[in-house]
Design a protein around this ligand. Structure first.
Ligand code: UT7
Length: 327
């Protein structure tokens, strides 16, 4: 049982991060050679310049493994110290076992609970908030939380309205019990009545995937929804921990579209310099996008110890959420 600090409360804190991107980079021009699109259209509508696409044989668990190894090294712990594993993914290796169990085996860890979190692009924020509560309860001390996706496998490569937007990758953090708050507050939401605007409507029947196995999206409806809820949930999270917008050092919204990111910063009256942007290089990597962006900005020295970072997810379900994290 972890010891609590002076105020008697156990908190959780991010003590390390890691990420991994497949080597194969696909530019907008590469796509324009294969379908009726252009670098100009993709850049001006989304800010995306390129994305990483998994090679055959790479899976969510293999990307998660690479990101987790980096996070474990960065945190200065051993894999054996981990007592909880949560993997946020909508592109699991199998229907079951969970990608978290496959990751656990790859890491050579045994016994601790491991489960997947299915909240699409909000998955990492859902996973982080869940791990925080597990640690605060005193039942767990050191969690590995991962977002890992191979969205390239669920894209209809003949639908130019969706396939140009996404990429593959993984990001991970180690969350440890501490006597000072790292996760200052979080807020999670869902509204299943919006399920139809972003979905993969295939299903499993008699053990076989049937129906339409590809991502379908009403882009403009998703855009409007995302901008509204990202603003609302950021304010709700700040209010929960008595912080103001001015206290936020960095904003990391789910990396779906540069225009969504910029609109969110603008609605919050945060200067664009406080926005961490990776969608230009990674595309939309769903549950992996927030931990990938967090790791990148921690490693390049922008995010420093003591900084307050607003992490935000929004995606299929519809789901959305945020966490204010002191590094
Ligand atoms: O994790 C959350 C996941 N999704 C998102 O965050 C996506 C949110 N939505 C968006 O980012 C934007 O709505 C899109 C980037 C998907 C689309 O931008 P838009 O400005 O809403 O464009 P649109 O869907 O209204 O399409 C405008 C035009 C259409 O042509 P017409 O009907 O005006 O002649 C499309 O056929 O752009 C055409 N179009 C394309 N043209 C070239 C759609 N995709 C492409 C393409 N290349 N790849």
């Amino acid at each position: 049982m972890p010891k609590s600090g002076g105020d008697g409360v156990i908190y959780s804190r991010i003590i390390g991060s890691g990420s991994y991107l497949p080597r194969n980079v696909v530019t907008n021009d590469d796509l324009a050679r294969r379908m009726d699109t252009s670098d100009e259209w993709i850049r001006s509508r989304t800010g995306i310049r390129q994305r990483h696409i998994a090679e055959e044989g790479e899976t969510s668990s293999s990307l998660a493994f690479e990101a987790s190894k980096a996070a474990i090294g960065n945190a200065g712990i051993s894999a054996q110290d981990i007592d909880l594993i949560i993997v946020a993914t909508s592109t699991p290796d199998y229907i079951f076992p969970s990608t978290a169990c496959l990751l656990q085996a790859r890491l050579g860890v045994k016994g601790c609970p491991a489960f997947d979190m299915q909240a699409v692009c909000s998955g990492f924020v859902y996973g982080l908030a869940t791990a925080d509560l597990f640690i605060r309860s005193g039942q767990h001390r050191c969690a590995l939380v991962v977002g890992a996706e191979v969205f390239s496998r669920i894209l209809d490569w003949s639908d130019r309205g969706t396939c140009v937007l996404f990429g593959d990758g993984a990001g991970a953090v180690i969350l440890k019990a501490d006597d000072k708050p790292g996760i200052m507050a979080s807020a999670l939401h869902a509204d299943g009545s919006y399920a139809g605007i972003l979905s993969v409507p295939g299903n499993v029947c008699g053990g076989k995937p049937t129906g339409d196995p590809f991502l379908r999206m009403d882009g403009p409806a998703v855009f409007k929804f995302a901008v509204r809820v990202l603003d609302e949930v950021a304010r709700e999270t700040l209010e929960k921990c008595g912080q103001r917008v001015e206290d936020v050092d960095w904003l990391i919204p789910h990396q779906a579209n540069l225009r969504i990111l910029e609109s969110t910063a603008k609605r919050l009256h945060l200067p664009p310099e406080k926005l961490i942007v990776t969608v230009d290089r990674h595309g939309n990597t769903s549950a992996a996008s927030v931990p990938l962006a967090l790791d990148l900005a921690m490693r390049d020295g922008r995010i420093k110890a003591g900084h307050k970072v607003m992490l935000q997810g929004v995606g299929g379900g519809f789901t959305w959420g945020a966490a204010l994290v002191r590094i």
